[in-house]
Design a protein around this ligand. Structure first.
Ligand SMILES: *[C@@H]1O[C@H](CO)[C@@H](O)[C@H](O)[C@H]1NC(C)=O
Length: 125
């Protein structure tokens, strides 16, 4: 093998690596984040749901081990709330509908023992 064909092979690999890096940076959509707001307790959940450049039209909640989605109420500044008669059971799953993305479902977003003020990003996003 001549030294010139070896270096063109290296160049091709460098180009491929650059292309792959570029593909990773060009993620299709910014992540959706869920921040547990102050005032949340076992019967009241308040979550700031946000996605850069997009806005939520609908947010539904599903408790762990429940098959039922319940609609959350839209509050001020992107905060969505839900009040329950019974203590809420996490981890909590969310189904969102946004202006740009349509529907998305995120499982196991907020753990049962969440921290007020913590921001959770769905796994695999
Ligand atoms: C969530 O539900 C599953 C299935 O019922 C159960 O095994 C698990 O313990 C529950 N997790 C919590 C944190 O309650």
């Amino acid at each position: 093998m001549s030294s010139s064909s070896k270096s063109s092979g290296l160049l091709a690999m460098a180009l491929l690596a650059a292309l792959l890096a570029g593909a990773r940076c060009a993620a299709p959509a910014p992540p959706v984040t869920f921040t547990v707001e102050a005032g949340s307790n076992e019967k009241h959940l308040a979550v700031l749901v946000s996605c850069q450049g997009d806005s939520m039209v609908e947010v539904a909640l599903r408790e762990n081990a429940s098959y039922e989605w319940v609609d959350m109420s839209k509050g001020e500044g992107g905060v969505w709330t839900f009040d329950s008669e019974e203590p809420l059971q996490g981890p909590f799953n969310f189904r969102i509908c946004t202006e740009k993305r349509m529907k998305d479902v995120f499982d196991d977003v907020i753990p049962d023992k969440y921290t007020i003020g913590a921001t959770y990003t769905p796994p695999g996003q």
